[in-house]
Structures are given as structure tokens and as C-alpha cells.
Design a protein around this ligand. Structure first.
Ligand code: NAI
Length: 358
């Protein structure tokens, strides 16, 4: 009646059969906000990953239709879409291994970070409450902006429910990484090399908190790159989202590139869950996930922060190691210095928070 494509029991049964057909650990991925601009293409991409055997879609609108549409694709994932009535969120989250959250409103021209925060913080808090209650062991991948503030909210909700594991909560900063690869490939005159260009992007996920460590790029910038060109490149990586917001002219922010980036990061988590070693990706995490790593990082930063995005090594239980920043140029030290106070400010309650729930 709410547009379900198959019943829950049938879904569960289907999602659990097939060990012999699919020689991999079965993974249930869930998208919250699955009918949105990011949610739909992200769900499509997740449906193409054969390692995912069950895909749960939740939104306040349209998920039954999105789910039936995706369910016709001949990949293993059994898809179910639910709406809020009849415990739809609970049903979708049951048994989830990886939950990706792109729910919320996107930035429109003229909107401040605070405007966005006021709306999205409440949405993220409600969804995090659902996860903490139904599938507290799931890996939570937060896309909803402002990530620098929404990730601490998820952490706080999990703490309130006594199920907090900082190793399993991630802010998705992959779009900054993807943009850095693309823009660096352009600058070095090899756009085709973009998939191989690796640039660590650290800090956070908004404006000046986005710190590309271009000196550590797998593909070095030209030695004679003029300072204004270098500064423009850094600025483009930091404010790439504005290009999209302006080009969409009131119709929203990055959706397709974000879906790609979210898919990339979710795949890394899934590969790590399945036991692949040595997977490293930048992600915005609570530094208490790796106290030794946090100590080293604090020295690099000259400050103690509760959350930061650095290269993170992933394992079957989430964060294995938070890497230090490595050798920085003078320009990069200046970028980090500019990012730190902004990150503090964007934390809902300062660097070491006791977060008041909204
Ligand atoms: P959208 O408006 O197209 O989609 C958001 C979806 O969330 C809608 O389908 C809406 O119905 C749903 N939703 C709203 N309240 C909900 C609730 N309580 N439970 C479940 N679903 C709910 O927005 P879009 O463009 O997909 O962006 C989503 C979020 O992602 C925004 O916060 C945006 O700022 C953020 N974003 C993050 C990026 C990143 O790099 N981390 C990049 C681009 C956007």
C-alpha cells in the first residue's frame, strides 16, 4: 500500500540467500534522504555495487517509486523503499551495515551556513536517533551539510544512547578530494590523468576549512606555477561548491558529483569491512577514534580539536589510524592556521563539546 515492491520477510529472505551465488560478505547499505538530488543517483550507484546485497531507501517522499525503479536493475541488491508511516525508518535501518545520510536541504544562493545548520541539524539528529536505536553498529556516513557541524551532532546522539563508537562515524569530505584530483589534472594539462591524481585534502568540509595538501599530490604541480595560479587552484578546491550553486542558479548544490563521491567513500568502507587492508581516505572523524594519531595530529595543528579530516586508514571495525599531516609547505601551514579557528567555530559547541541537543 505504501508502494512496497516486496514484503519485508521476502526481502530479508532474498537478501540472505545467495552465499553460494555471491562469494562475499553480505552488506546492507541504507540511504536516508534517498529521493533527493544526491540520494537518487547515490542509490543508483550503490545498486551497481555487487557487494551490496540489500539496499534500503528512506525519505519523507517518493522512496517507494525510486526503490521499484532501481529494483529492476539486474544486480544483486534487493531494494526496499520506505516512507515515515508504519515505522518505515526502523524497517529500512534494521540490519544495516552502512548508512549514508544525504537528507536535508541543500544550500541556495543567499543562504548562510547557519540557515542550513538550523534545518539540517534537526533532520540529522532525528535520523541519527533512528540509527542509534535500530542499528548502532552500522557505519554512518554523513553527507548532510554543514558536515563540520552535523557529524558532531550524530556523535552526540550516539553518546546519549550509550552506543557511541567514534571509529564508525564519518563525515564525507570525498567531494573535495574528487575536485582536487580533477582540478590538479587540469592544471598540469593532463585531464585524462584525473582518476590517478591523489591529493590529500584535510581539515573540514566548508570554505577555508578545506585544506588541499598540494605539495603531497601524486602528480606534482609545475615548479614554475605562478603564485596567483596556485592561490586560484586552492580557492577553487575550497569553494568548488559555489561554482555549482551559481551554475544551477537557485536549483540546488552539487548532487551528481556528490553522489559519485559518496559512492567512492562508501565503497572504501565496504572494502574495508570485507577485510581489505591498507585502505586510506580523508574523512572528517572524531579524533578520539585514534588517540595516538590524534596526539601526533595535534602537534601538526598546534591545537587540539575534537573533529578533523585527515587521511584515515580503514579496517573492518572502522577507523584504524588517523594519519598526521606530513611535511607541509609554508603556504599549507598558513591554510591549516586559517582552518583551525573556523573548525572550532563550526563545532556546535567549541573544540571539546558538551553539545546541547536542539
Ligand atoms: P535535496 O533537497 O535534493 O534532497 C534532500 C532529500 O532529503 C529530499 O528528498 C528530502 O525529502 C529528504 N529529507 C528531508 N528531510 C528528511 C528527513 N527527515 N528524513 C529523510 N529524508 C529527508 O538535497 P541534495 O541536493 O540531495 O542535498 C542533500 C544534502 O547534502 C544537503 O544538506 C547538502 O547541503 C548536502 N551536500 C553535501 C555535500 C558534501 O560534500 N558533503 C555536497 C553537496 C551537498
Amino acid at each position: 500500500s505504501d508502494g512496497e515492491c516486496i514484503g519485508l520477510e521476502e526481502w530479508k529472505a532474498k537478501a540472505k540467500v545467495g552465499d553460494s551465488e555471491h562469494p562475499f560478505i553480505m552488506v546492507k547499505a541504507v540511504v536516508l534522504g534517498a529521493a533527493g538530488g544526491i540520494g537518487q543517483p547515490l542509490s543508483l550507484l550503490l545498486k551497481t555495487n555487487p557487494a551490496i546485497t540489500a539496499l534500503g531507501l528512506f525519505d519523507i517522499v517518493n522512496t517507494p517509486g525510486v526503490a521499484v525503479d532501481l529494483s529492476h536493475i539486474d544486480t544483486p541488491a534487493v531494494v526496499v523503499g520506505r516512507l515515515p508511516p508504519n515505522d518505515g525508518l526502523k524497517e529500512v535501518l534494521t540490519g544495516a551495515d552502512v548508512v549514508v545520510i544525504p537528507a536535508g536541504v541543500p544550500r541556495k544562493p543567499g543562504m548562510t551556513r547557519d540557515d542550513l545548520f538550523k534545518i539540517n541539524a534537526g533532520i540529522v539528529k532525528d535520523l541519527a536517533t533512528g540509527i542509534a536505536t535500530v542499528c548502532p553498529k552500522a557505519f554512518v556516513l554523513v553527507i548532510s551539510n554543514p558536515v563540520n557541524s552535523t557529524v558532531p551532532i550524530v556523535a552526540e546522539v550516539f553518546k546519549k544512547h550509550g552506543v557511541y563508537d567514534p571509529k564508525r562515524i564519518f563525515g564525507v569530505t570525498t567531494l573535495d578530494v574528487v575536485r582536487a584530483s580533477t582540478f590538479v589534472a587540469e592544471i598540469i594539462g593532463k585531464p585524462g590523468a584525473a582518476p590517478d591524481v591523489v591529493v590529500p585534502v584535510v581539515g573540514g568540509h566548508s570554505g577555508v576549512t578545506i585544506v588541499p595538501l598540494l605539495s603531497q599530490s601524486s602528480h606534482p604541480l609545475p615548479a614554475d606555477l605562478a603564485k596567483d595560479k596556485f592561490d586560484a587552484l586552492v580557492n577553487r578546491i575550497q569553494f568548488g561548491g559555489d561554482e555549482v550553486v551559481a551554475a544551477k542558479d537557485g536549483a540546488g548544490s552539487a548532487t551528481l558529483s556528490m553522489a559519485y563521491a559518496g559512492f567512492e567513500f562508501a565503497n572504501k568502507i565496504i572494502r574495508a569491512v570485507k577485510g581489505e587492508k591498507g585502505i586510506v581516505a580523508p574523512s572528517f572523524v572524531a579524533l578520539e577514534a585514534d588517540p595516538a594519531g590524534a596526539e601526533a595530529l595535534s602537534k601538526d595543528l598546534g591545537a587540539k580539536l575534537a573533529f578533523f579530516s585527515s587521511n584515515v586508514e580503514l579496517g573492518p571495525n572502522g577507523v584504524v589510524k588517523i594519519h598526521p599531516l606530513g611535511k607541509l609547505t609554508e603556504a599549507e601551514v598558513a591554510l591549516v592556521k586559517a582552518a583551525v579557528p573556523e573548525l572550532r567555530e563550526e563545532h556546535p559547541d567549541g573544540a571539546f563539546p558538551v553539545l546541547p541537543l536542539l
